[in-house]
Design a protein around this ligand. Structure first.
Ligand code: P71
Length: 458
């Protein structure tokens, strides 16, 4: 595959520097072999996350200068509301400082002592934590194919409708707070959900009178996959696809730090007046007034403009193909990655990359640390450290997927930099048996992966 041609040119650059081998060895040791604890200045190519790391356009920066910083009724809020209506088709919008702010609101609104089960197509760390902190649980109802890195199902993010219905019958619909559907499922490898699946989830939930809330964070990338892979959508525009997708939900939470192409911002959007009313009540307690939700006016303007740019088809084609370009270079060299290649990231299968390590030696954490030490490239563990412990038994959970994520920031790195990343991983793979396991020596209570510390098992 040829590298995709960028639909933009570069106006501002930010220098990067590769530390020496000794400096990198020292830096990762000092960071407790946790890539979250590295200083960003010590990183050469930063693939830790695609969240909040996008390059904004000249149009977005120009919008920042038009920030209306009034406490109430900023014009930028109305611009954001209009952009959400146009791009996603929801009527009501409540801004929040980022995605988890919106997750907090929807969890507080829809979860209570009696109704506290939130089935979802795989968990996401922050989403699951909000549910659990309210005494609830998040059972996984994704299709089995999603747990197999080798399976090439085109819509590996789909909900298993039988699993979902079985669960509803087992616990009783009155126990389900809402059904959560994530677009382009992050923990499964950036895998899309099909339109057909969304439609069927809606039908099932209508039958049992359940609310459906999307995590629409990566919905534009999901829409691109629908256009590319689902029959009947080849000739529809991304906006048409997005509107149809959202029509199958009662509302969504959205971290605009991904497809929204901003460094900070998020929102809750809905057509449901009751949810909207309650969200407005809660946002003033936890985030800020309902017309700014913890954001500056300029942030809302950048978000309004970013939302439109992120749903532009020419941009999306380049975006998805850049991720695919990196993934295919790795595949060609037999590096074990999650297939098909996802929307926002390439995921290494750490269990296959490091078959000599035990699960208790945290292979994905060890691999992420080794990649940094070897090449200066920063990635993120997405396996047992991220999954955490079972709250009831206190035991570590070892999920089937033990992955290292190479998340690609949007519009930030060139294809030459992707080639450097691929070459580094390929070289490291040839020396993989020299990579040692890790011992966890500090474990924070909540979302431990952010601050956990490790030592090398020599
Ligand atoms: C990502 C992130 C950021 C992150 C969050 C937690 C641990 C590590 C990294 C954030 C998401 C997301 C989905 C599907 C909600 C959030 C929270 N992803 N839903 O992938 O992927 O949004 O960060 O704006 O609060 O690196 P927020």
């Amino acid at each position: 595959m040829k590298a995709p041609i960028e639909p933009f040119k570069i106006k501002v650059i930010e220098p990067v520097r590769l530390l020496s081998q000794e400096e990198r060895t020292r830096a990762i040791k000092e960071a407790g072999y946790n890539t979250f604890l590295l200083k960003s200045e010590d990183v050469y190519i930063d693939l830790l996350t695609d969240s909040g790391t996008s390059a904004m356009s000249d149009n977005q920066w120009a919008g920042m200068m038009l920030g209306d910083e009034a406490y109430a009724g900023s014009r930028n809020f109305y611009n954001l509301e209009k952009a959400v209506q146009e791009v996603l088709g929801y009527k009501y919008v409540v801004p929040t400082h980022q995605g988890r702010g919106a997750e907090h609101l929807i969890s507080k609104i829809l979860i209570n002592k009696e109704r506290n089960i939130v089935p979802r197509n795989m968990y996401f760390t922050t989403s699951k934590t909000h549910v659990e902190l309210l005494g609830g649980t998040m059972p996984d109802v994704i299709i089995d194919e999603a747990h197999d890195p080798e399976n090439e199902h085109p819509f590996k993010g789909n909900i298993d409708l039988e699993k979902l219905e079985r669960l509803i019958k087992e616990v009783g619909p009155e126990k389900i707070a809402f059904v959560s559907v994530e677009m382009n499922v992050n923990m499964a490898g950036g895998q899309p959900v099909s339109m057909e699946n969304l439609r069927k989830v809606r039908e099932l939930c209508n039958y049992y009178k359940l609310k459906v809330i999307f995590d629409a964070t990566r919905s534009s990338e999901n829409a691109y996959f629908i256009k590319e892979r689902e029959k009947g959508y080849e000739n529809k525009s991304i906006i048409e696809i997005l509107h149809e997708m959202m029509s199958y939900s009662d509302g969504c939470v959205y971290s605009a730090k991904k497809d929204g192409l901003v460094n900070i911002g998020g929102f809750l959007a809905t057509n449901d007046e009751e949810i909207y009313e309650q969200a407005q009540n809660l946002v003033v307690v936890y985030e800020g007034l309902h017309t700014y939700g913890g954001l500056a006016g300029r942030d809302m303007e950048a978000m309004a403009r970013g939302l439109r740019e992120g749903a532009d088809e020419r941009y999306l084609e380049y975006r998805i193909k850049q991720v695919r370009y990196l993934g295919e270079m790795l595949l060609k060299n037999n590096i074990p990655i999650v297939k098909p290649i996802g929307g926002h990231a390439v995921y290494l299968n750490a269990l296959k990359f490091l078959p000599h390590l035990k699960r208790e030696e945290w292979p994905a954490q060890a691999l992420a640390a080794a990649i940094y030490e070897f090449s200066g490239v920063r990635t993120m563990e997405r396996g047992a450290v991220s999954k955490g412990r079972d709250r009831k038994t206190g035991q570590n959970i070892f999920p089937p997927l033990e992955l290292v994520r190479l998340a690609i920031p949007r519009r930030v790195y060139t294809n030459t930099q992707m080639e450097y990343v691929a070459e580094s991983i390929i070289n490291l793979y040839s020396q993989r048996f020299s990579i040692k396991g890790l011992r966890m020596v500090y474990e924070p209570k909540e979302l431990r992966f952010f601050r956990a510390r490790f030592e090398k098992i020599e």
